[in-house]
Design a binder for this molecule. Sequence first.
Ligand code: PEP
Ligand code: MG
Length: 756
Amino acid sequence: MLKTLRRIVQEVSAAPDLPSALAITVNQIRDAMRVAACTLYLADEDNREYVLMATTGLHPQAAGRVRLNRQQGLIGLVAERQEPLNLEDAPRHPRFHPVRDVGEEAYHAFLGVPLIQYRRVLGVLTIQHTATRQFHPAEVDFLVTIAAQLASTLNHAILSGATQELLNPLATGTRALQGIAGAPGVAMGAVTIPHLLADLDDIPDRAATDPAAEEAAFRAAIATVDDELRGACERLSPLLPPTEQALFTVYRMMLSSDSLIGDTLTGIQAGRWAPTAWRDAVLARVRLLERAEDPYLSARAEDIRDLGRRVLHHLRADPNRQAKLATAERCVLVAEEMSVAHLAAVPPERLAGLVCLRGSALSHVAILARAIGIPAVMGLGDRPIGRYEGCAIIVDGYQGRIYIEPDPAVREEYRQLIADEAELSAELNALRDQPAVTRDGYPLSLYAKAGLLADIATVRDSGAGGIGLYRTEFAFMVRESFPSEDEQCRIYRQMLTALTPRPVVMRTLDIGGDKTLPYFSIEEKNPFLGWRGMRFTLDHPEIFLTQLRAMLRANAGPNNLRILFPMITTVEEVEEALRLLDQAHRELREEGLPTARPPVGVMIEVPSAAWQAAQLARKVDFLSVGTNDLTQYVLAVDRDNAHVAGLYDNLHPAMLKTIAYIIEEGHRADRLVNLCGEMAADPGAAVLLLGMGADSLSASTVSLPRVKWAIRSFTRTETRELARQALQLDTVRQVRRLLNDALRRAGLGEIVHEIH
Ligand code: PEP
Ligand code: MG
């Protein structure tokens, strides 16, 4: 069963387009299960119907024509119940709905299973037989298993708009691809793939501007790879057994194969870019081999792919080709996973938006996007992004949607939205020099967040009272090795000097989880429960001490540094970190550098730290609540996992109780409590946090005006009453509704965060 299943899924995934994939599905299932008919229906959500899309056993002309409304027939029933329906004699079922001219009269036995992905019914798969009998439980299991696999494959097609094009061919250009809202805002631009094209499947469909140059580049790449293989064979042959040596010969034979080269050249002559033509030639062979039942032949598919990548590597290394990337005026970076280094691929003034296929609103790239004020959409799922390169794209960071090659009507709608946004921002900017005080005069400290030196000017101009969270790891992530003490000192000093006398809270290196360093790989099964933040730096005192020394040296003069320890779970960790800080401080004094020992704080990001907030607070000078991580650990929801993004919400009542407890305990120990997670950037949540007693909030400079606007619209008593009520509620929806109503009543309807 497993083998058949794998073969079917493989063939369906390799199909060149959706209609062929659907046809392969029904044919393969019919053959594998030895039934008379197999039919696939897809949900047309616009028209609230199920459409017969592919069949074998019913009349082929029914495909695309037969439409059943949602309440109709057995198909509607399977979808409604969301479970298999196994009938001995379908026509006798009260919900049976005879459809004319499909040839169903001959069939009695019926088994229908829904295709479900993320609780959504995408369609229904049926098998039928002439006999009057129930399908065997093993047959039901098989169809359910294959339906679950197909649902995931189909979901990609649905998200990419392919099914919608089949169902309603006229609807192109207005169809959005739904992901997760990563950073607010709306942008239009051209799809730009930031990384070097990593794999054959990612190569975009591009035309060749100069076929002769493409051919020359291609031939040169082939020759280089051939040289490499020959060289490797010569070097390694004394060490390798003959069978392994033969592999090099096989590789070189494949590389010089007339058909592989010939097909690529034909593609180039037909006007395709060399990488595109090479991709097509290689993948055609890969598919052929993958289909082979012989394990030796199917293993060769991987060899061809590998060769394909090697040649591609050299084609890409051509600098002329690289220069052609990222030439658009407004670039929207689209990548499977994105790092800080990717962002650097485009000049900041041309960066309009970000789209990341993986991750969620709390992935660090989304946080970074919010920090620099560009919209981002995350978690769109697997799709061949490379092929979108150069296409027009709209990024809607509020709804978490993108539109590729949108219609003029959609463009116009978004153009208007962008203009309205600009107007609201201009109004909010007028608040820049106003203090963040409540209507009855209670002041709240608002700080900015930063991570790159480029943030200095924006923070200085933002009217923020200082920097409440400087994420030092970003400077580590864009390098090729750990930065030296001098290098770090230079960066930190620029930051401190530019902001003095306003305080700058510098967090010590917080890597691990989804923040990895290109030069220090950490392989873990559960990275968010692993070697992160303080756990890593305490295990590497040489890295930690270098950073602490750099910070202390940078502070000699500006004297506005505060140090913050991330990912603390025990009191001992704080004691050890403080001991190392004392050591760094002592060393510098001994070296003749009189530096002051700055105030120190602890981040409260995990439940154990929350419950020991008072004990931790007594060891340091202040607390800072990191709600991004705290939410993931309190709710057991990976902040970076698109599958569970719907469960991640920092307004969960359990979170509100946890935060209220931390603030109370921090105050009992007579320490100030700051809040530096993304929650502080949400105006409704900011008002709530003020009511709960937070002493300061840290948000990105882009979010600060809205937060300030909200704070200035309430009295302190109102915020306290809001917090009291919120803490009584049972669900996130109730909390969100309470906040939205309060914002609307205060005249802040424009920034209400709609409940989805
Ligand atoms: C947090 O966890 O809330 C936080 C501010 O830290 P980061 O998002 O960098 O993990
Ligand atoms: Mg954190």
